[in-house]
Write a protein that binds this ligand. Structure first.
Ligand code: PFF
Length: 465
């Protein structure tokens, strides 16, 4: 059986952008920005995207294209059987993220319908509290999962590529329309100020917390750490510049995230809604609630939730593809059977998340960040210390002059700097969650020690470093 592949390069890029652009951009990003001091968060977030996100994304693309097989098998194909275990972490990360993702996807479909009927207009907070878990939430999760599975079932080129080639441009067009409309609202200026004006004092006081939140969000929004980018790059059958592709993917994703902020903050400020209120429910309570008092609120609501539904769908597709491809590649299961099997598993895990708010919060707030971070650290250490020279060779295939110049610094970054930084944010998230505050410098020393210990174990003769 010949392995599936993308039909065109742009198809691959749009599929990857579709994965990256999702709830992270429209739901999580504005809410985290609001909670972490507006522009202060934005600045750190953009820095982390450039310095950590893009090189990390490249680290995954290099592994996938070189191995031409999906997440777990990629480690074996490149370094031997003993390395397979490293693939368990990203595989698990994809399961964790999709398990709560389809529940939020279900909420969105419900709000899409609710925008047409005005169901949430009168009492948005009560409406959200009534639908966010329970049997209704299970039903909408199942519906969202079924659509996701149908696309994955249809295949890499005829399902994923075709769907995302239509969806991503549609998202951009509607978001541009929404941002333009939001600019016409009286009071929109206060929203831009909050979003775009930097509060240096806030940043100085809360630096570590804001940094950790920005790092978690950067990984989440770029879809790294769960093997999505490895799997998608494994379907490439030509050697074009991965550095160029990765930069385009991250650039489009960030641009679409900023655009989402430009359509959300003016609305909130025009209507005097506190942007930080409501946490994860912010989008569904503050923003959705504000549609009720706007002219053409129903139309705006429909456009808004349609964009989010498309964005969420293209990300869910990529998450489902990780375990589906794993069964196809490793056990020779047909795509149809694999989709059915994996889909039934998610039917169950998503149902738990839809019934239990505490299970949902644990997955969405804590475990997802930790699993994505650990997954990415594994990929990067593998690039730096196991593949070494081979990773650089793969990076250079098809790369232009500028990208080549960045090759060696990139390898040093993924081999050491990024793993230390990511381990640092991992430890800081763990200690904060556990309620044991530890000094930043102590954490940094611990992170460096942990990474060095890993390197001693992983390092192979082929490593150039
Ligand atoms: N990037 C997606 C978003 O921003 O919503 C979420 C996501 C997809 C995270 C795929 C991780 C992943 F592997």
């Amino acid at each position: 059986m010949t392995r599936a592949s993308w039909r065109t390069r742009i198809g691959f890029i749009l599929a990857a952008v579709g994965s990256a652009v999702g709830l992270g951009n429209v739901w999580r990003f504005p809410w985290l920005t609001a909670e972490n001091g507006g522009a202060a968060f934005l600045v750190l977030y953009l820095a982390v995207i450039v310095l950590v996100g893009v090189p990390g994304l490249l680290g995954e693309l290099v592994i996938g294209r070189r191995a031409r097989t999906s997440t777990v098998g990629a480690f074996e194909a490149l370094a031997g059987r003993n390395w397979r275990a490293l693939g368990a972490v990203p595989l698990l990360a994809s399961v964790v993220v999709l398990s709560f993702y389809t529940v939020v996807g279900g909420w969105i479909v419900r709000y899409l319908v609710g925008s047409a009927t005005g169901a949430y207009f009168d009492a948005p907070a009560q409406y959200f509290a009534a639908i966010d878990h329970g049997l209704g939430a299970v039903g909408f999760h199942v519906l969202f999962l079924a659509v996701t599975a149908a696309v994955v079932y249809a295949g890499v080129d005829r399902g994923i590529e075709l769907a995302t080639t239509v969806m991503v441009p549609a998202i951009v067009v509607v978001l541009v329309g929404l941002a333009a409309w939001a600019a016409t609202l009286p009071g929109a200026g206060a929203g831009y100020d909050f979003y775009l004006a930097l509060d240096v004092a806030y940043l100085r006081e809360n630096f570590l917390d804001v940094l950790a939140a920005a790092a978690g969000q950067a990984l989440f929004t770029l879809s790294v750490g769960a093997g999505v980018m490895v799997t998608y790059a494994s379907y490439l059958d030509e050697d074009r510049s991965l550095a160029a592709d990765g930069t385009i993917i991250a650039g489009l994703n960030t641009g679409i995230g900023l655009l989402a902020g430009l359509s959300i903050f003016p609305v909130l400020f025009a209507l005097d809604v506190a942007p930080g209120s409501g946490g994860p429910g912010a989008l569904f309570i503050s923003l959705a609630g504000s549609f009720a008092s706007l002219p053409y609120g129903r139309v705006i609501g429909i456009a808004f939730f349609a964009v989010i539904a498309l964005a969420a769908l293209s990300s869910a597709i990529s998450l489902l593809e990780v375990p589906v491809a794993f069964l196809v590649d490793e056990y020779g299961v047909s795509r149809g059977r694999s989709t059915a099997l994996v889909g039934s598993g998610f039917l169950a895990t998503g149902t738990v998340a839809a019934l239990s708010p505490s299970a949902f919060a644990l997955l969405a707030d804590t475990i997802a960040n930790l699993a994505l971070t650990a997954g990415l650290v594994g990929f990067l250490l593998f690039d730096g210390w196991v593949l070494g020279r081979d990773a650089l060779e793969e990076y250079e295939l098809g790369a232009g002059r500028l990208a080549r110049l960045a090759g060696t610094p990139w390898l040093y970054a993924v081999a050491f700097v990024l793993p230390v930084f990511l381990t640092f944010t991992f430890l800081s998230a763990v200690t904060t969650t556990a309620g044991v505050p530890v000094e930043g410098t102590t954490l940094a020393a611990l992170a460096a020690a942990a990474v060095i210990a890993c390197i001693v174990v992983l390092r192979r003769p082929s490593s150039v470093l």
